[in-house]
Design a protein around this ligand. Structure first.
Ligand code: P1T
Length: 383
Protein backbone atom coordinates (compact mmCIF):
# COMPACT_ATOMS: atom_id res chain seq x y z
CA UNK A 1 0.00 0.00 0.00
CA UNK A 2 1.05 3.53 -0.69
CA UNK A 3 2.17 5.92 2.04
CA UNK A 4 -1.06 7.95 2.54
CA UNK A 5 -3.03 4.71 2.92
CA UNK A 6 -0.51 3.34 5.38
CA UNK A 7 -0.62 6.53 7.49
CA UNK A 8 -4.35 6.01 7.97
CA UNK A 9 -4.31 2.27 8.57
CA UNK A 10 -0.96 1.37 10.18
CA UNK A 11 -1.56 0.12 13.71
CA UNK A 12 -5.26 0.94 13.36
CA UNK A 13 -6.81 -2.32 12.28
CA UNK A 14 -10.36 -2.53 13.69
CA UNK A 15 -10.70 -3.99 17.17
CA UNK A 16 -10.97 -7.80 16.68
CA UNK A 17 -13.60 -8.12 19.42
CA UNK A 18 -16.05 -5.35 18.48
CA UNK A 19 -15.01 -4.13 15.04
CA UNK A 20 -14.51 -0.60 16.40
CA UNK A 21 -12.61 1.28 13.69
CA UNK A 22 -10.99 3.36 16.41
CA UNK A 23 -9.50 0.64 18.59
CA UNK A 24 -9.98 1.05 22.34
CA UNK A 25 -7.24 2.61 24.44
CA UNK A 26 -6.06 -0.14 26.78
CA UNK A 27 -5.60 1.60 30.11
CA UNK A 28 -5.17 -1.62 32.08
CA UNK A 29 -1.83 -1.86 33.84
CA UNK A 30 -2.04 -5.64 34.16
CA UNK A 31 -3.54 -8.56 32.26
CA UNK A 32 -5.24 -11.63 33.73
CA UNK A 33 -3.34 -14.81 33.00
CA UNK A 34 -4.92 -18.24 32.52
CA UNK A 35 -2.39 -19.47 35.08
CA UNK A 36 1.05 -18.31 36.26
CA UNK A 37 3.12 -17.65 33.15
CA UNK A 38 0.17 -18.40 30.85
CA UNK A 39 -0.56 -14.92 29.54
CA UNK A 40 -2.49 -14.05 26.37
CA UNK A 41 0.29 -11.92 24.90
CA UNK A 42 0.38 -9.20 27.56
CA UNK A 43 1.42 -9.33 31.23
CA UNK A 44 2.09 -5.87 32.58
CA UNK A 45 1.86 -2.53 30.78
CA UNK A 46 5.45 -1.40 31.40
CA UNK A 47 6.56 -4.55 29.58
CA UNK A 48 4.00 -4.29 26.80
CA UNK A 49 0.59 -2.78 26.26
CA UNK A 50 -1.83 -3.33 23.34
CA UNK A 51 -2.12 0.38 22.50
CA UNK A 52 1.65 0.87 22.67
CA UNK A 53 2.07 -2.24 20.58
CA UNK A 54 -0.16 -0.75 17.89
CA UNK A 55 1.93 2.42 17.86
CA UNK A 56 5.19 0.46 17.70
CA UNK A 57 3.85 -1.65 14.82
CA UNK A 58 2.73 1.49 12.98
CA UNK A 59 6.10 3.22 13.39
CA UNK A 60 8.01 0.11 12.30
CA UNK A 61 5.82 -0.11 9.21
CA UNK A 62 6.09 3.58 8.29
CA UNK A 63 9.88 3.68 8.73
CA UNK A 64 10.38 0.34 6.94
CA UNK A 65 11.78 -1.33 10.06
CA UNK A 66 11.31 -4.74 11.63
CA UNK A 67 10.57 -3.44 15.10
CA UNK A 68 10.12 -0.26 17.16
CA UNK A 69 10.07 0.88 20.77
CA UNK A 70 7.97 3.81 21.97
CA UNK A 71 9.10 6.08 24.82
CA UNK A 72 7.69 8.79 27.03
CA UNK A 73 9.65 11.48 25.16
CA UNK A 74 12.25 11.94 22.46
CA UNK A 75 14.86 12.35 25.19
CA UNK A 76 13.78 9.09 26.83
CA UNK A 77 14.47 7.43 23.47
CA UNK A 78 17.86 9.14 23.49
CA UNK A 79 18.71 7.66 26.91
CA UNK A 80 17.83 4.24 25.44
CA UNK A 81 20.50 4.91 22.80
CA UNK A 82 22.95 5.78 25.57
CA UNK A 83 22.29 2.39 27.17
CA UNK A 84 23.52 0.64 24.02
CA UNK A 85 26.98 1.83 25.07
CA UNK A 86 29.39 0.95 27.87
CA UNK A 87 32.07 2.91 29.68
CA UNK A 88 35.03 3.33 27.34
CA UNK A 89 32.87 3.43 24.21
CA UNK A 90 32.96 6.37 21.84
CA UNK A 91 30.01 8.26 20.40
CA UNK A 92 30.15 10.79 17.56
CA UNK A 93 27.24 13.20 17.21
CA UNK A 94 26.47 15.82 14.56
CA UNK A 95 27.46 19.13 16.16
CA UNK A 96 24.28 20.97 15.16
CA UNK A 97 21.69 19.12 17.18
CA UNK A 98 18.84 19.82 19.58
CA UNK A 99 20.28 21.50 22.71
CA UNK A 100 18.73 18.81 24.91
CA UNK A 101 20.57 16.10 22.98
CA UNK A 102 23.90 17.84 23.52
CA UNK A 103 23.00 18.36 27.20
CA UNK A 104 22.18 14.66 27.72
CA UNK A 105 25.31 13.47 25.93
CA UNK A 106 27.69 15.81 27.74
CA UNK A 107 26.08 16.06 31.19
CA UNK A 108 24.47 12.62 31.63
CA UNK A 109 26.21 10.12 29.35
CA UNK A 110 29.82 11.35 29.33
CA UNK A 111 30.18 11.16 33.16
CA UNK A 112 29.57 7.40 32.84
CA UNK A 113 32.78 7.10 30.85
CA UNK A 114 31.44 7.31 27.30
CA UNK A 115 33.62 9.50 25.14
CA UNK A 116 31.42 12.01 23.32
CA UNK A 117 32.63 13.97 20.31
CA UNK A 118 30.71 16.48 18.21
CA UNK A 119 31.58 16.94 14.53
CA UNK A 120 30.25 18.56 11.38
CA UNK A 121 28.92 15.35 9.82
CA UNK A 122 27.45 17.30 6.88
CA UNK A 123 31.07 17.91 5.82
CA UNK A 124 32.54 14.71 4.30
CA UNK A 125 36.10 15.46 5.44
CA UNK A 126 35.13 16.31 9.03
CA UNK A 127 32.94 13.19 9.15
CA UNK A 128 35.81 11.00 7.90
CA UNK A 129 38.10 12.41 10.55
CA UNK A 130 35.57 11.97 13.35
CA UNK A 131 34.28 8.47 12.55
CA UNK A 132 37.31 6.33 13.35
CA UNK A 133 37.98 2.66 14.15
CA UNK A 134 37.22 3.19 17.84
CA UNK A 135 33.77 4.74 17.18
CA UNK A 136 30.83 2.72 18.51
CA UNK A 137 27.79 4.92 17.84
CA UNK A 138 27.16 7.70 15.31
CA UNK A 139 24.17 10.01 15.77
CA UNK A 140 22.95 12.66 13.35
CA UNK A 141 19.84 14.73 12.94
CA UNK A 142 19.02 15.70 9.39
CA UNK A 143 17.81 18.35 8.74
CA UNK A 144 19.72 19.63 11.76
CA UNK A 145 18.34 21.74 14.58
CA UNK A 146 18.38 24.75 14.27
CA UNK A 147 20.66 25.43 11.27
CA UNK A 148 18.92 23.06 8.85
CA UNK A 149 22.10 21.50 7.50
CA UNK A 150 21.64 18.21 5.65
CA UNK A 151 23.72 15.17 6.54
CA UNK A 152 24.20 12.68 3.70
CA UNK A 153 22.64 9.62 5.34
CA UNK A 154 24.07 7.12 2.85
CA UNK A 155 27.60 8.47 3.22
CA UNK A 156 27.63 8.76 7.01
CA UNK A 157 25.97 5.41 7.69
CA UNK A 158 28.39 3.74 5.28
CA UNK A 159 31.32 5.28 7.18
CA UNK A 160 29.83 4.07 10.45
CA UNK A 161 29.35 0.62 8.97
CA UNK A 162 32.93 0.44 7.82
CA UNK A 163 34.24 0.95 11.38
CA UNK A 164 31.60 -1.34 12.92
CA UNK A 165 29.66 1.50 14.60
CA UNK A 166 25.88 1.58 15.00
CA UNK A 167 24.38 4.51 13.06
CA UNK A 168 21.38 6.47 14.31
CA UNK A 169 19.45 9.08 12.34
CA UNK A 170 17.14 11.44 14.19
CA UNK A 171 14.30 11.70 11.67
CA UNK A 172 12.26 14.15 13.74
CA UNK A 173 12.51 17.11 11.34
CA UNK A 174 11.81 15.15 8.15
CA UNK A 175 9.37 12.48 9.37
CA UNK A 176 8.91 9.24 7.43
CA UNK A 177 6.87 11.19 4.87
CA UNK A 178 9.98 12.95 3.57
CA UNK A 179 12.85 10.63 4.40
CA UNK A 180 13.52 6.92 5.02
CA UNK A 181 16.86 6.60 6.83
CA UNK A 182 16.70 2.81 7.23
CA UNK A 183 16.48 2.43 3.44
CA UNK A 184 19.53 4.68 3.13
CA UNK A 185 21.59 2.48 5.47
CA UNK A 186 20.88 3.69 9.01
CA UNK A 187 20.70 1.03 11.74
CA UNK A 188 18.26 2.94 13.95
CA UNK A 189 15.82 5.78 13.37
CA UNK A 190 15.13 8.03 16.33
CA UNK A 191 12.08 10.28 16.72
CA UNK A 192 10.72 12.89 18.99
CA UNK A 193 7.08 11.90 18.39
CA UNK A 194 6.19 15.18 20.09
CA UNK A 195 6.77 16.86 16.74
CA UNK A 196 5.43 15.92 13.28
CA UNK A 197 4.32 12.39 14.22
CA UNK A 198 1.92 13.68 16.89
CA UNK A 199 1.50 16.90 14.98
CA UNK A 200 -0.83 18.83 17.31
CA UNK A 201 1.31 19.97 20.28
CA UNK A 202 -0.71 17.78 22.63
CA UNK A 203 1.54 14.79 23.32
CA UNK A 204 5.17 14.29 24.32
CA UNK A 205 6.62 11.05 23.00
CA UNK A 206 9.60 9.35 21.41
CA UNK A 207 10.54 6.25 19.46
CA UNK A 208 13.33 4.13 18.08
CA UNK A 209 12.83 2.02 14.95
CA UNK A 210 15.35 -0.47 13.55
CA UNK A 211 15.63 -3.03 10.78
CA UNK A 212 18.04 -5.53 12.31
CA UNK A 213 16.27 -8.06 14.51
CA UNK A 214 19.40 -8.57 16.61
CA UNK A 215 18.79 -5.12 18.19
CA UNK A 216 15.30 -6.07 19.41
CA UNK A 217 16.33 -8.06 22.46
CA UNK A 218 18.44 -5.38 24.11
CA UNK A 219 16.23 -2.43 23.22
CA UNK A 220 13.04 -4.10 24.50
CA UNK A 221 14.89 -5.45 27.54
CA UNK A 222 16.06 -1.92 28.42
CA UNK A 223 12.62 -0.46 27.67
CA UNK A 224 11.06 -2.82 30.21
CA UNK A 225 13.91 -2.77 32.70
CA UNK A 226 14.34 1.02 32.80
CA UNK A 227 10.66 1.81 32.24
CA UNK A 228 10.63 5.11 30.27
CA UNK A 229 7.41 4.13 28.51
CA UNK A 230 4.58 6.33 27.21
CA UNK A 231 1.06 6.07 28.60
CA UNK A 232 -1.58 4.28 26.50
CA UNK A 233 -3.34 7.61 25.98
CA UNK A 234 -0.11 9.17 24.67
CA UNK A 235 0.26 6.26 22.26
CA UNK A 236 -3.29 6.80 21.05
CA UNK A 237 -2.58 10.50 20.48
CA UNK A 238 0.44 9.72 18.31
CA UNK A 239 -1.50 7.05 16.39
CA UNK A 240 -4.23 9.61 15.76
CA UNK A 241 -1.68 12.16 14.58
CA UNK A 242 -0.09 9.68 12.17
CA UNK A 243 -3.30 9.39 10.17
CA UNK A 244 -2.88 12.93 8.78
CA UNK A 245 0.92 12.93 8.56
CA UNK A 246 0.99 13.07 4.76
CA UNK A 247 -1.46 15.93 4.26
CA UNK A 248 0.09 17.90 7.10
CA UNK A 249 3.65 17.44 5.85
CA UNK A 250 2.72 18.44 2.30
CA UNK A 251 1.16 21.64 3.59
CA UNK A 252 4.08 22.31 6.00
CA UNK A 253 6.50 21.96 3.06
CA UNK A 254 4.43 24.24 0.80
CA UNK A 255 4.09 26.95 3.45
CA UNK A 256 7.76 26.72 4.49
CA UNK A 257 8.83 27.17 0.87
CA UNK A 258 6.68 30.30 0.58
CA UNK A 259 8.06 31.67 3.87
CA UNK A 260 11.69 30.98 2.88
CA UNK A 261 11.28 32.58 -0.54
CA UNK A 262 9.48 35.58 0.94
CA UNK A 263 12.14 36.15 3.62
CA UNK A 264 14.83 35.95 0.99
CA UNK A 265 13.22 38.77 -0.95
CA UNK A 266 13.53 41.13 2.01
CA UNK A 267 16.66 43.31 1.80
CA UNK A 268 16.97 43.48 5.59
CA UNK A 269 17.12 39.70 6.11
CA UNK A 270 20.64 38.48 5.25
CA UNK A 271 20.59 34.85 6.20
CA UNK A 272 17.71 32.50 5.38
CA UNK A 273 18.35 28.80 6.02
CA UNK A 274 16.15 26.35 4.09
CA UNK A 275 17.47 23.24 2.32
CA UNK A 276 15.24 23.84 -0.71
CA UNK A 277 17.37 26.79 -1.91
CA UNK A 278 19.63 25.69 -4.75
CA UNK A 279 22.54 27.52 -3.14
CA UNK A 280 22.05 25.82 0.25
CA UNK A 281 25.41 24.06 0.79
CA UNK A 282 23.77 20.62 1.06
CA UNK A 283 20.91 21.19 -1.40
CA UNK A 284 21.91 18.33 -3.72
CA UNK A 285 21.95 15.85 -0.86
CA UNK A 286 18.55 17.09 0.31
CA UNK A 287 17.13 16.79 -3.21
CA UNK A 288 18.45 13.23 -3.37
CA UNK A 289 17.46 11.84 0.00
CA UNK A 290 14.30 13.79 0.80
CA UNK A 291 10.87 13.96 -0.83
CA UNK A 292 10.36 17.59 0.20
CA UNK A 293 12.35 20.16 2.15
CA UNK A 294 10.36 20.14 5.38
CA UNK A 295 8.45 22.70 7.39
CA UNK A 296 11.34 24.43 9.14
CA UNK A 297 13.01 27.72 8.19
CA UNK A 298 15.66 29.59 10.19
CA UNK A 299 16.70 33.16 9.56
CA UNK A 300 18.47 36.13 11.05
CA UNK A 301 16.47 39.19 12.03
CA UNK A 302 18.11 42.60 11.63
CA UNK A 303 19.79 44.05 14.76
CA UNK A 304 20.74 40.80 16.49
CA UNK A 305 19.49 40.22 20.02
CA UNK A 306 17.55 43.51 20.18
CA UNK A 307 15.95 42.77 16.83
CA UNK A 308 14.90 39.34 18.07
CA UNK A 309 13.28 40.90 21.16
CA UNK A 310 11.33 43.34 18.98
CA UNK A 311 10.33 40.52 16.62
CA UNK A 312 8.87 38.46 19.45
CA UNK A 313 6.95 41.42 20.82
CA UNK A 314 5.05 41.86 17.57
CA UNK A 315 4.69 38.38 16.17
CA UNK A 316 1.12 37.19 16.63
CA UNK A 317 0.09 34.27 14.43
CA UNK A 318 3.41 32.55 15.16
CA UNK A 319 3.51 31.69 18.86
CA UNK A 320 6.80 32.31 20.62
CA UNK A 321 7.35 28.76 21.84
CA UNK A 322 9.73 25.82 22.03
CA UNK A 323 8.98 22.72 19.98
CA UNK A 324 8.01 22.30 16.34
CA UNK A 325 6.14 20.13 13.91
CA UNK A 326 2.57 20.95 14.86
CA UNK A 327 -0.28 22.47 12.89
CA UNK A 328 0.20 25.90 14.46
CA UNK A 329 3.20 28.03 13.52
CA UNK A 330 5.86 28.50 16.19
CA UNK A 331 8.82 30.85 16.39
CA UNK A 332 11.74 30.00 18.65
CA UNK A 333 14.80 31.98 19.67
CA UNK A 334 17.46 29.22 19.94
CA UNK A 335 19.94 31.39 21.87
CA UNK A 336 17.46 31.91 24.71
CA UNK A 337 15.24 28.86 24.34
CA UNK A 338 16.01 25.46 22.71
CA UNK A 339 19.79 25.96 22.68
CA UNK A 340 20.21 28.02 25.86
CA UNK A 341 21.94 25.01 27.47
CA UNK A 342 24.63 25.11 24.76
CA UNK A 343 27.54 27.26 26.04
CA UNK A 344 27.57 30.71 24.39
CA UNK A 345 31.02 30.18 22.82
CA UNK A 346 29.92 26.86 21.28
CA UNK A 347 26.73 28.52 19.96
CA UNK A 348 28.82 31.25 18.36
CA UNK A 349 31.20 28.71 16.79
CA UNK A 350 28.28 26.75 15.36
CA UNK A 351 26.57 29.84 13.93
CA UNK A 352 23.65 29.99 16.38
CA UNK A 353 23.75 33.78 16.58
CA UNK A 354 21.73 36.05 18.89
CA UNK A 355 19.56 37.18 15.97
CA UNK A 356 18.77 33.67 14.73
CA UNK A 357 15.09 32.73 14.75
CA UNK A 358 13.80 29.24 13.99
CA UNK A 359 10.34 28.95 12.49
CA UNK A 360 8.19 25.86 12.55
CA UNK A 361 5.84 26.80 9.75
CA UNK A 362 2.32 25.54 10.40
CA UNK A 363 -0.59 24.83 8.11
CA UNK A 364 -2.41 28.19 8.45
CA UNK A 365 -3.16 30.52 5.54
CA UNK A 366 0.16 31.53 4.03
CA UNK A 367 -0.99 35.14 3.66
CA UNK A 368 -1.55 35.46 7.41
CA UNK A 369 1.87 33.96 8.09
CA UNK A 370 3.70 36.28 5.69
CA UNK A 371 1.90 39.40 6.96
CA UNK A 372 2.73 38.41 10.53
CA UNK A 373 6.41 37.91 9.72
CA UNK A 374 6.64 41.19 7.79
CA UNK A 375 5.14 43.16 10.69
CA UNK A 376 7.51 41.61 13.20
CA UNK A 377 10.63 41.89 11.02
CA UNK A 378 9.82 45.56 10.34
CA UNK A 379 9.81 46.04 14.13
CA UNK A 380 13.16 44.23 14.40
CA UNK A 381 14.57 46.62 11.81
CA UNK A 382 13.60 49.60 14.01
CA UNK A 383 15.12 48.08 17.18
O1 P1T B 1 11.19 16.97 23.44
P1 P1T B 1 11.38 15.49 23.26
O2 P1T B 1 10.17 14.79 22.78
O3 P1T B 1 12.00 14.84 24.44
O4 P1T B 1 12.40 15.29 22.02
C1 P1T B 1 13.74 15.68 22.04
C2 P1T B 1 14.20 16.02 20.64
C3 P1T B 1 14.89 15.08 19.91
N1 P1T B 1 15.31 15.32 18.65
C4 P1T B 1 15.05 16.51 18.05
C5 P1T B 1 15.52 16.75 16.66
C6 P1T B 1 14.35 17.49 18.74
O5 P1T B 1 14.11 18.64 18.12
C7 P1T B 1 13.90 17.26 20.07
C8 P1T B 1 13.15 18.27 20.85
N2 P1T B 1 13.21 19.55 20.31
C9 P1T B 1 12.58 20.65 20.79
C10 P1T B 1 11.80 20.65 21.88
C11 P1T B 1 12.81 21.86 20.02
O6 P1T B 1 12.09 22.88 20.18
O7 P1T B 1 13.75 21.87 19.20
Amino acid sequence: MRKPTRYVHAGSEPDPETGAVVPPIHLSTTFAQDGPGEDRGFEYSRTDNPTRSRLEDALAELEGGVDAAAYASGMAACTALGHLLEAGDRLVCEEDCYGGTRRYLTKNLAPFGVEVEFADLADPKAARQAITDDTDLVVAETPTNPLLKIVDIERVTEQADRVGAVSVIDNTFASPHLQSPLELGADIVWHSATKYLGGHSDVVGGALVWDDESLSEQIHFDQNSMGPVPSPFDCYQVLRGLKTLGVRMDRHCENARAVAEHLRERDDVDRVLWPGFEDHPNHDVAADQMDGYGGMVSFEVPNGFDGAQAFFELVEVFHCAESLGAVESLANHPAEMTHASVPADVRRELGITDGLIRLSVGIESIDDLLEDLDRAIDAAGRA
